[in-house]
Design a protein around this ligand. Structure first.
Ligand SMILES: C[S@@+](CC[C@H](N)C(=O)[O-])C[C@H]1O[C@@H](n2cnc3c(N)ncnc32)[C@H](O)[C@@H]1O
Length: 243
């Protein structure tokens, strides 16, 4: 079950398996968030901590693959955010984000589109770029292409943060997937069909990188400093800051 072959091109670029679960099953993703199975609470608390403690002036924030913005919103409230921009492929998710963000208290815009196409052509600078659980649908060369693009428009004092699938050094994707499968007993709120849907998504569309590869990709993309700020208790996801 775990040995799904890796495709030659990133599935997110061909737009398919990585998207189906979010286009049709947003309620399932919500359930996953509500039960904190992917450790959103800790990851977004970490984002909030950085925004409150490391940024002293008003900042613009780009939420790449924002979804319904439900995870970002509590992390941003009460920070010095001056402008919010979200990008997502899913119109349905953006419609929910539009309602939620009215509460943020600063101007915002939402762009519907594929971030792997929008970011490389972007010129407008931004202070903080965040990607939560969406870059991992790409294989390494495409991840790097997105990271290089971000480096071009995040300013010298800017910050790029990602919370993504990651492995300890030395672990390959099959071993990471085998560890993913051991999470099943903890996902008690999901029935067999829901778990099957999640498993189908993860095993076809998720591509972790090792901790060393995340550091190396950051440097290759042109960032001087890479910090690992959080490792999920499952050790399936990690949060990195690139400066
Ligand atoms: C796992 S959710 C992440 C949502 C939120 N960032 C979080 O941390 O929970 C994935 C989101 O990424 C969006 N997405 C995936 N690939 C994308 C792409 N290439 N361009 C834009 N949005 C994408 C999906 O539509 C979905 O809303």
């Amino acid at each position: 079950m775990v040995d799904a072959p890796a495709p030659a091109t990133s599935p997110a670029r061909s737009g398919l398996p990585s998207q189906q679960i979010f286009q049709r099953e947003w309620h399932l993703y919500r359930k996953v968030m509500d039960n904190n199975y992917l450790f959103h609470d800790e990851a977004y608390a970490c984002l909030r901590h950085v925004l409150l403690n490391e940024i002293s002036k008003p900042f613009s924030f780009l939420d790449v693959a924002c979804g319904d913005a439900r995870a970002s919103l509590p992390a941003l409230r009460g920070t010095a955010i001056a402008h919010y921009e979200g990008i997502d492929l899913s119109r349905a998710a953006l419609d929910m984000a539009e309602q939620a963000l009215l509460d943020l208290g600063c101007p915002f815009i939402l762009n519907e589109g594929d971030f792997s196409e929008l970011l490389p052509t972007r010129r407008e600078p931004v202070d903080v770029v965040w990607i939560g659980l969406s870059l991992h649908h790409f294989l390494k060369p495409d991840k790097l292409r997105v990271m290089r693009a971000v480096r071009q428009f995040v300013g010298e004092d800017g910050l790029f943060l990602v919370y993504e699938t990651a492995s300890p050094d030395g672990e390959d994707r099959d071993a990471w997937l085998r560890r993913w499968e051991t999470q099943r007993p903890f996902w008690t709120a999901c029935d067999a069909n829901e778990w099957a849907m999640i498993w189908q998504h993860v095993s076809t569309a998720d591509f972790p990188e090792t901790a060393s590869t995340w550091h190396a990709m950051g440097r290759e993309a042109g960032f001087d400093r890479v910090r690992e700020l959080f490792v999920a208790p499952s050790d399936l996801f990690r949060l990195y800051a690139f400066e």
